[in-house]
Every structure is written in structure tokens, then in C-alpha cells.
Design a binder for this molecule. Structure first.
Ligand code: BG6
Length: 484
């Protein structure tokens, strides 16, 4: 299979927070891979901007080290790396002051796409946006990229939207949710809307329920300060899980275009029913003899923040009325495994002996690891001895099915950054979507706070607290096993 690189226009990309963790781990290694793939036009430039007083040479050294550490196997390409580094510059800048802005203005090329990545605390967004205009650096064609957390509730998200809107229009603002850049997440749309098979079954006549699991093995060590004020609901559910839910549940957009897709996602969020308290389980990981508990990792012995959430969600529209969506996410779980499973209804009547309701068609979309799609079908068990039924997977693991091309199941960031340069907002969240998501999440968190809800402890390496299992058992269903 031949790998295709779609050229993009030449660009100046300025990364505010250019020495930070995200820039060093994700953004620059991602750009380096795009460079190696031949997607970075000859004049394209990347400018790191941060407070540290560095010159461009020392910035290049810093990024060379980061790429060696986080760049994957491609980082071994020394010639490629040296060539990529010549595209980097650095400016020491004061977001709230005057230092560095004239220098940055002088670095910009004319007639190229200008993109500004705000990889900084949201409290700096306003100052950066203002100065970019004051110094004539941003124009009506420029794009800005902003990261989560996009607010911590509806009010703060709305305020951030207003701050950005004072300087940029919605078509210039790219709110990243890196889950939307994952290969399999996009494949979810390809599977739904590129095949005749699934869409006719994608509704409450045929679907029994849907499970979305994002399980991680990592804890919060190292970022406990941020996480303890956030918790799994704000850190994972309000954005990543809700985006997955939207893509799986939305109506077919009339075309694959940014606003058509985002309009449909917004309708899903608006149709979400309020969640009853007994339909949510919060958890917090406990210690083991050798590993620290959540509270120790977060350095907050009285923390009630959740590192796990499981919930049952209903969408009040014609397509999904009566079909529960079970969502769960947690840290320090049995395996790193993210999956969406569409569990179809049983047959209702069987011509075969035995309990046919045990056999289900399940379409599972594996986000990570082993990206792929698997359809469970029921067949006859081979061999003599009558008609015994078994369930087998029709499994398409992308790495097997796509051979060399599977290498392109690349990091979400590099895809999303190239989309910014192309001016394609389909995989970015619109302001109204983010606000609608907070509007749904806010009362859930407010309920916990009002009740002083205490998360249930769960063992590390487990599937979360027992109550989460009960959430499904009560409905006569069970979670799929978390397998790495
Ligand atoms: C981030 C969260 O957005 O996503 C982290 O802040 C989480 O807490 C991470 O670990 C998970 O991303 P991925 O791509 O590793 O599944």
C-alpha cells in the first residue's frame, strides 16, 4: 500500500509554551515526523516562544533531546533531525509584557499560514490574543490552537470563549481534543458512514446498549496538583468520552464538513438526559504494599477527587430512546485499553436449541492499543455433534490488515496540527459544543459537592469499584473485560 502525504501550504507556527511538557513530548516530535514524511513545505518554520531566556541554538538543542526521548524510532534519523532543527527558531517572550513581541513580529513571513499554538495556562490566553493583534502579528487568516482544560465549568468555559472571541472569530479557533485525532476515532465515522452494513442497524431497534471504556494503567503521580482539582469527570469525561459518545450517537451529517459534523455532535450533547445520582459511580485507587494510593499521589490525604467514573447515560431522541450508554474511565486499572462496543440485541426467537440470548453480535472499535475493529458473530462450532453455536470475532487489527501503512496510525497531535494548517476544523471542538458539554456535566459535579460524595476505593490493577459492576448487573448486563 502506498503511503500518501497530502501537501499543506507553507506556514509559520508559533508555539507559546514552546519549552513546556506538551511541546516537548507531543507537538515537536509530531512535527518532526511530519517533516520526515515530507509534509512540511520547504519554507515552513516553527518558532518556540516561552519565558526562558534562550537563543535559537539552545532551543534546538533542547528540542533535539526531546525528540530523542519522545520521538519514537524516527528519532534515530540523525540527518533528518539535523534538517528539521534548521526550521526551528526561538523567541523569549513575556505574555503579559513587551519583551519579545517586536522580535516575534519581525520573524513572521508574509503570505504564509500563521498558526499560534497556546500551549500555556488558560489564564494567559487573553493576554496572548491581545498582544498578537497589538503587534500586528495575527491577521484575519491566522489560526490559534488551544488545549484542554477548556474551562472547569460552564461559566469559566464561556468566559474563555468570550476572551478568544474578542480577538478571533470561531473559524480561527482550534480547540484540541486529542481523542478526535486518534486514527480509530476517525475510523468510527468511516465505518458508520462508509458502509451500507451498519447504519441501518444503528438505532434502538437493533442496539441493546453501547459501552465506552477508556482505561489507563498510569496514576496521577507527577501531575497530582492539577488532577486533584479536576478529577476524571473534568479530565476525561467532559471532553474525550463525550466526544466519543457524540461520534457514535450522532445523526449522519449531510457532508463531512466541519460545521455539519459539529452541528450533529452538538445535537447529541443537547439531547443527553440529566444523570441520576445512582447511575454514577466514582472511584479512587487505593494503595498496595508497594504502590501509592491516589491520595498519596495527589499529596492530599483528605482528597475526595475521583480517579474513576462509571455512568449510565441516556440520549433522549428517536434513534436512541431506551438504549443505555455505559461510560467508564479510570487510572491505575487492569490494562491500558480504550474501546467502544456496540452490543446488538438478541435474536428474539431462535430456531436452534439452547439459549440464543447468550449469543450477541458486538461491534467493538479498539482505540488503543492494537487499534482495530472487531465484529463478533455467531457461527456453528466446527465438527460433528449437532448444531452448537459459538461466537467468533471477525477481527481487523489495523497493524495486520494495513501492513506498512499501519505505521501511519500516528500520534493524534501531528494529524491535528496539519489540519490546523489546512484550515480544517472538523476534528476540533466548537465553542458551543464545549459549553453544552459543561452544561450537562456541571450539575453532576455540583451534586457530588452538595452531598460531599466520597469516592469508592478500588484496587489498583482492577476494573474499578464493585459498584461499577453493579451498575450494569442491575440492568442484567455486564462490562466487557478490560484487556490490554
Ligand atoms: C489527557 C488527560 O487529556 O488524556 C490525561 O489529561 C490522560 O489524564 C490522557 O492520561 C490520556 O490520553 P491517551 O491518548 O494516552 O489515551
Amino acid at each position: 500500500m502506498v503511503s500518501r502525504v497530502i501537501p499543506v501550504d507553507t506556514f509559520d507556527l508559533v508555539i507559546f509554551g514552546g519549552t513546556g511538557d506538551l511541546a516537548r513530548r507531543k507537538i515537536l516530535p509530531g512535527l518532526f515526523r511530519r517533516f520526515l514524511a515530507g509534509q512540511m513545505p520547504p519554507d515552513a518554520r516553527v518558532v518556540g516562544a516561552a519565558r526562558a531566556e534562550l537563543d535559537s541554538a539552545s532551543y534546538r538543542d533542547l528540542i533535539a533531546k526531546s525528540i530523542a526521548e519522545f520521538g519514537g524510532p524516527e528519532a534515530k534519523d540523525e540527518e533528518g533531525l539535523a534538517a528539521f532543527l534548521t526550521r526551528l527558531d526561538y523567541v523569549a517572550i513575556d505574555a503579559n509584557g513587551v519583551n519579545g513581541w517586536t522580535k516575534l513580529a519581525n520573524m513572521m513571513h508574509s503570505d504564509v499560514v500563521r498558526a499560534f499554538y497556546f500551549s500555556v495556562a488558560p489564564s494567559l490566553f487573553g493576554a496572548l490574543a491581545e498582544r498578537l493583534h497589538q503587534h500586528g502579528i495575527a491577521n484575519a487568516e491566522s489560526r490559534i490552537v488551544v488545549e484542554k482544560p477548556f474551562g472547569r465549568d460552564l461559566a469559566s468555559a464561556h468566559a474563555l470563549n468570550e476572551t478568544l472571541a474578542a480577538h478571533f472569530n470561531e473559524g480561527q479557533i482550534y480547540r484540541i481534543d486529542h481523542y478526535l485525532g486518534k486514527e480509530t476515532v476517525q475510523n468510527l465515522m468511516a465505518v458508520r458512514f462508509g458502509n451500507v452494513l451498519f447504519e441501518p442497524l444503528w438505532n434502538n431497534h437493533f442496539v441493546d446498549h453501547i459501552q465506552i471504556t477508556v482505561a489507563e494503567t498510569v496514576g496521577v503521580g507527577g501531575r497530582g496538583g492539577y488532577y486533584d482539582k479536576s478529577g476524571a469527570m473534568r479530565d476525561m469525561v467532559q471532553n474525550h468520552l463525550m466526544q466519543l459518545l457524540c461520534l457514535i450517537a450522532m445523526e449522519p451529517p449531510s457532508q463531512f464538513d466541519a460545521n455539519a459534523v459539529r452541528d450533529e455532535k452538538l445535537k447529541v450533547i443537547r439531547a443527553l438526559q440529566p444523570v441520576e445520582a445512582h447511575h454514577i459511580v466514582r472511584g479512587q485507587y487505593d494503595s498496595t504494599a508497594t504502590e501509592k494510593s491516589y491520595r498519596e499521589d495527589a499529596e492530599n490525604p483528605r482528597s475526595f477527587t475521583e480517579s474513576f467514573v462509571a455512568m449510565k447515560v441516556q440520549i433522549a431522541n428517536w434513534r436512541w430512546a431506551g438504549v443505555p450508554f455505559y461510560l467508564r474511565t479510570g487510572k491505575k486499572m487492569r490494562a491500558r485499553s480504550s474501546e467502544i462496543a456496540v452490543v446488538f440485541k438478541d435474536l428474539g426467537h431462535s430456531i436452534f436449541e439452547g439459549d440464543i440470548s447468550r449469543h450477541r453480535n458486538i461491534l467493538s472499535i479498539r482505540l488503543q492499543p492494537n487499534e482495530g475493529i472487531d465484529l463478533q458473530v455467531t457461527i456453528k462450532e466446527p465438527g460433528p455433534g449437532g448444531m452448537r453455536l459459538i461466537d467468533v470475532p471477525l477481527d481487523m487489527t489495523f497493524a495486520d490488515a494495513l501492513g506498512d501503512h499501519a505505521g501511519e496510525v500516528s500520534d493524534a497531535y501531528e494529524r491535528l496540527i496539519m489540519d490546523v494548517i489546512r484550515g480544517n476544523q472538523t476534528l476540533f471542538m466548537r465553542g458551543d459544543e464545549v459549553e453544552a458539554a459543561w452544561k450537562w456535566v456541571d450539575p453532576i459535579i455540583a451534586g457530588w459537592e452538595a452531598r460531599n460524595d466520597v469516592p469508592k476505593l478500588y484496587d489498583m490493577g482492577s476494573s474499578g469499584p464493585d459498584d461499577a459492576l453493579m451498575l450494569m448487573h442491575r440492568d442484567g448486563r455486564r462490562w466487557r473485560e478490560i484487556k490490554g
